[in-house]
Design a protein. Structure first.
Length: 128
């Protein structure tokens, strides 16, 4: 699984999962599954286009998290990203928000994303 840490103007993009899906109503860093033959970066690029209508620049790997809620031992790979082009559309999510680092604790997140947030709070800033 992949997650995009999309940064713009000192804020990070978060999105709310649809109510009818697993972890419905929780917030997350958008991304998704890696398909056969894809690299992690290719999968993340594709997922963001599919879910948000953005083309992103996928940067460096920030963190790898083991998802304790998955019996198959799913790992989540989070990458810094920036928007290259496109207009936001929510094809998968029901809401979105551009959060300041100190605001992230106000939202209910999935467990792997909470681990990423802990790391982000230690960093205290986002890359430009």
């Amino acid at each position: 699984m992949t997650a995009a840490l999309i940064i713009a103007e000192g804020r990070i993009f978060i999105a709310q999962r649809p109510l009818h899906k697993k972890y419905g109503g929780l917030w997350e860093f958008p991304g998704g599954k890696v398909e056969s033959g894809e690299t992690l970066q290719e999968a993340l690029y594709r997922e963001i286009i599919e879910e948000l209508c953005w083309r992103v620049r996928v940067g460096e790997l920030v963190h790898r998290v083991q998802d304790p809620g998955e019996s198959e031992g799913v790992e989540l790979y989070a990458f810094w990203c920036s928007i290259a082009e496109g207009d936001l559309c929510l094809r998968e999510h029901i809401d979105h928000y551009w959060a300041l680092p100190e605001e992230l604790h106000q939202f209910p997140f999935t467990q792997p994303d909470r681990e990423i947030i802990s790391l982000l709070q230690k960093l205290r800033c986002f890359p430009d």
